[in-house]
Design a protein around this ligand. Structure first.
Ligand code: ACM
Ligand code: ZN
Length: 563
């Protein structure tokens, strides 16, 4: 039985999330009532805890959940599910399981108010079912912001009624680069997709019921080629034709800061505000080359008329002008680091991606900051040895590296540190053409970002996280998540030394594991040489390494040949 004295639509829905799992996996549902009882039950009590905070006491005959708002009660449900056997996540009935929870007492509240995951749906398009699953997984990880990257050089994905071409035409690129962006090979296949306003409303509602706020991103002044291809009058007009980009990177065709452009962007935001209740909207701001503005008569005259120093100040003026409009509609802006160049707009928050310098600078100026630094929080980077992984952007950024990053820079004073309001993992989909690839890249690293969002630095502990990850993997298995298990594998590195030898180092991040290796081509066993120190590899030799824990191999055997 679930007892909720404060029974209303919201608490009823939260109880239904718990029952939905029981119904699918256990084959029964608990009765939901607002009447107190002396029977065994789960009691949800509003005890006035802070936003998102909850407490759980599990005793032999009852479970008491305390919360202060829906978000807190919802997170308590997520934790109750985690306390149950992992099969509770199964979509099929599981028999022969005792659905018990360990007796315990939990008090939990997040470290940061902003715990985000980004998803770029422009470099590759993903359908609504996948986005709902992404939000389900965010909710399971108690992540509360979905940063939806909706516009890019490679495609415009948001229906705007006033500018129908944006999706009729701007969703499409005629083909897509194969391999790295410089490969020179293309697939010859059009790629497109967009979200209708009805779909957006549906997703916003779906996310809200899971305590996830969707922050939409409309890029400006750069990364605007798909829009400019539809409406070339928004550009500086220096080129004969504009086409949606077919490869990744940074393009010089950017919005020209003229009245038509501002009218267009304001109209776009008017529709965005109708669709997204989020107070915060993302205005991009990253990677805006200045080549077109330098050549454009209008831009140069504007710089002179406004008494600006250069194109960087023009960019700042651009963002500040948009901020004024957005603020006038009751919304706030966040932008990537580059909005600091030429001066930060008065009320802007900064999403620090170029390392953490931008975040530090903004916090010192008393602007709020979300830490999303590349490469530490970039999930499009390899998470293991590139030689054994699918193509990615760079790195590697291992799970452990991501986990151990402290998003609050120590160079900031305690007062300045308060301006770091959160963390975000970035999922740019250059090399993630399918949902399966996104999931492989995003998990388990999303768990590392989520833990940074909830747990103070002093309490973060890699070994503890790695141990808990094993149960998390069991949950992932129940929902058929194709996550990356590479952190179990030894990481072999060959370092150049003399002309006829290389130095081998091997590491593994699994706590309590030892590495056994061979150099004669045989498979390593528990009796092979124990790796303790770097050693020398000579031509023709191959090093093979496996990690063992408690006498059993964990992960895969990895190998490298002298090359
Ligand atoms: C970015 O990765 N260009 C924000
Ligand atoms: Zn111009």
């Amino acid at each position: 039985m679930i007892v909720i004295p404060e029974m209303n639509d919201e608490t009823r829905r939260i109880a239904a999330f718990l029952n939905e799992r029981f119904s699918a996996a256990a084959g029964f549902e608990m009765k939901v009532t607002d009447e107190m009882t002396s029977e065994p039950a789960i009691f949800f009590m509003n005890s006035g805890l802070a936003h998102e905070e909850y407490a759980i006491v599990v005793e032999p005959k009852r479970i008491v959940v305390e919360y202060g708002d829906g978000a807190g009660a919802f997170y308590a449900v997520q934790t109750l599910l985690q306390l149950l056997p992992s099969q509770i996540y199964s979509s099929d009935r599981v028999r022969g399981i005792k659905w018990t929870l360990p007796c315990c007492s939990i008090e939990d509240k997040p470290r940061f108010k902003y715990r985000g995951m980004h998803l770029d749906v422009c470099l590759h398009f993903f359908d609504m079912d996948f986005l709902k699953r992404y939000i389900d997984l965010m909710a399971m990880h108690k992540v509360n912001v979905f940063h939806w990257h909706l516009t890019e050089d490679q495609g415009w994905r948001l229906e705007i009624k006033k500018y129908p071409l944006l999706t009729e035409k701007g969703q499409w690129r005629k083909e897509t680069v194969i391999g790295t962006l410089a490969s020179g090979y293309y697939d010859g296949k059009p790629h497109g997709g967009f979200y209708s306003q009805d779909e957006v409303r549906e997703l916003v509602q779906y996310a809200a019921e899971r305590y996830v706020t969707i922050v939409p991103e409309i890029e400006m002044p750069g990364h605007a080629l798909a829009a400019i291809a539809c409406y070339p009058e928004l550009s500086c007009g220096l080129e004969d034709t504009y086409e949606t980009a077919t490869k990744w990177g940074v393009f010089k065709q950017v919005y020209c800061p003229k009245d038509e452009t501002f009218k267009f962007l304001e109209d776009v935001f008017d529709e965005v505000f109708e669709l997204f209740p989020s107070k915060l909207v993302h205005v991009g701001g990253d990677e805006c080359p200045k080549a077109s503005w330098k050549k454009c008569e209008h831009c140069q005259k504007l710089i002179k008329d406004l008494g600006l120093k250069d194109e960087f100040e023009l960019q700042s003026w651009f963002i500040t002008r948009m901020e004024k409009y957005i603020n006038s509609k009751g919304h706030e802006i966040i932008g990537w680091d580059e909005i600091l160049q030429g001066g930060l707009a008065p009320n802007a928050k900064v999403m620090s991606w170029l390392g953490e310098e931008g975040g530090i600078k903004a916090a010192k100026q008393h602007h709020e900051v979300v830490m999303a630094p590349y490469p530490k929080y970039y999930l499009d980077y390899w998470q293991a040895d590139p030689e054994s992984e699918p193509l990615a952007m760079g790195g590697p950024t291992t799970l452990r590296t991501m986990y151990e990053y402290n998003p609050v820079p120590e160079v900031l004073t305690p007062e300045e540190q308060k301006y770091i309001i959160g963390v975000e993992g970035c999922v740019w989909t250059e090399y993630m053409p399918t949902p399966a690839r996104v999931e492989y890249m995003a998990y388990p690293r999303m768990a590392a970002i989520a833990e940074a969002g909830w747990t103070n630095e002093e309490r973060k502990n890699w070994e503890g996280f790695a141990c808990r990850l094993e149960t998390q993997f069991a949950r992932y298995d129940e929902i058929d998540l194709d996550y990356c298990k590479a952190f179990y594998n030894p990481f072999i590195e060959l370092h150049k030394d003399g002309p006829y030898d290389k130095i081998v180092t091997i590491s593994v991040d699994v706590p309590g594991a030892e590495i056994r290796y061979t150099v004669d081509g045989t498979e390593p066993s528990i009796n092979s040489a124990l790796y303790e120190l770097p050693f020398v590899l000579t031509p023709q030799q191959v090093v093979k390494a496996s990690a063992f824990r408690n006498g059993k191999q964990v992960g895969k055997t990895m190998y490298k040949t002298y090359k």
